[in-house]
Write a protein that binds this ligand. Structure first.
Ligand code: ADP
Length: 362
């Protein structure tokens, strides 16, 4: 049912249209869903087509004391539980108003507003799309430009120039494919479609493997040392995701310490939030991070502005993916850093079996 066809009074319709970030649901007097806004679909993961005609109890539970005001402005918010499609629950402030039949003026249903405390979904999405478009445009422009030059002036270009342009095209295509891979990883994480096989893994072997790959990739003079406690317990993790986490962090340690010659990794049992966990400290002696920037770096597309970062390949998605993946695997990543001195990223991972926590982002 289109929103406008529900006679809720002009004031109510106006209020709702101003609150597009909030979710709203209409039901009839029998308590069956008659309408779900797009933002409610985003909040709950349900599609309108799946819930029309279904009891509202499938989607939410309101406190018995909720008032049924006729004006949304007068209605008082009370905490309500929203049952998400993936089986998780979220509690949001909700307000309910009555819907009147436009002809008879009789009450024929209720409209419930769920206040989205996470902010404006619409704006966050459009910010994300504009950042992604910008990130994609840069390599595409470069590939098109150099390919056009090669086509037009192939015979006139010296061999070394031709080689240089072809290398740029290859590097930019690599950058595009990394970006697309990272975006897919973010999308899988956010839609909770990540498939994980949690199994006991030898953490020392995994760190050694990734350290060797990173050393070879950078052909760097960095020596990556690994100091592992004897008789380490297994970590319970998904093998590919564990490698992705370690690759991001060890690669960053090398990338952001061009003047240094070493990265130190320690693997030992540690503790976080009162729980025993495997602890992996990845320490570099590079550019470091200002204290006020420490909590920004785990956000999507966050790259700290510095001459080194500007000249260093990266999407700004690595740490977001790393943190989200470790959280899904019931672990965590924390950072300690001193500007100009270096940075230590610490990964905590469980040493016991568990069910992955896909709900961690809520
Ligand atoms: P990127 O693809 O840019 O490396 P990340 O998400 O991995 O993206 O990191 C986000 C930002 O955090 C980087 O752009 C950089 O500014 C900063 N950063 C990450 N790791 C380090 C480190 N080891 N030392 C200093 N700065 C770092």
């Amino acid at each position: 049912m289109p929103l406008k066809s529900m006679h809720t009074g002009d004031q109510i319709v106006e209020s709702f249209s101003r609150c597009t970030k909030n979710g709203f649901v209409a039901c009839n007097l029998a308590g069956e869903v008659t309408y779900i806004s797009d933002s409610m679909e985003d909040l709950s993961g349900w599609l309108e087509s799946e819930l029309i005609g279904q009891p509202v109890s499938k989607l939410y539970a309101l406190p018995e004391s909720i008032s049924n005001s006729i004006d949304i402005q007068d209605a008082k918010s009370q905490p309500a539980v929203v049952y998400k499609r993936d089986g998780n629950k979220i509690t949001l402030p909700a307000r309910q108003v009555t819907i009147k039949d436009p002809e008879t003026g009789e009450i024929d249903g209720y409209l419930t507003l769920f206040i989205n405390q996470k902010g404006d979904i619409g704006r966050a999405q459009s910010d994300f799309i504009s950042t992604v478009s910008h990130e994609l445009r840069t390599p595409i422009t470069s590939i098109k430009g150099f390919a056009a030059t090669l086509l037009q002036h192939r015979s006139k270009l010296a061999e070394d120039k031709r080689k240089k342009y072809i290398n740029i095209i290859r590097d930019q295509a690599d950058r595009l494919s990394r970006l697309v891979e990272d975006l897919l990883a973010v999308s899988r994480l956010e839609s909770k479609k990540l498939q994980l096989t949690i199994q006991p893994l030898n953490i020392k072997n995994a760190v050694e493997k990734i350290a060797t790959i990173v050393e070879q990739k950078h052909e760097s003079s960095h020596a990556i040392s690994i100091d592992a406690e004897p008789n380490l317990a297994f970590v319970w993790a998904d093998s590919d995701r564990l490698e992705q986490i370690l690759t991001n962090l060890i690669d960053n340690a090398v990338k952001y310490s061009p003047e240094a010659d070493k990265v130190e990794i320690k693997i030992h049992m540690g503790e976080t939030n009162g729980q025993e966990m495997m602890q992996i400290d990845i320490r570099d002696f590079g550019i470091g991070i200002e204290e006020e920037d420490l909590d920004k770096i785990f956000g999507k597309f966050s790259r700290l502005d510095s001459p080194l970062t500007r000249n260093t390949e990266g999407t700004g998605l690595g740490l977001f993916i790393t943190k989200s993946l470790t959280n899904v695997m019931k672990g965590d990543v924390v950072v300690n850093s001193e500007k100009g001195k270096g940075t230590t990223f610490t990964v905590f991972l469980p040493t016991n079996s568990y069910t992955p926590d896909y709900s961690q982002e809520d």
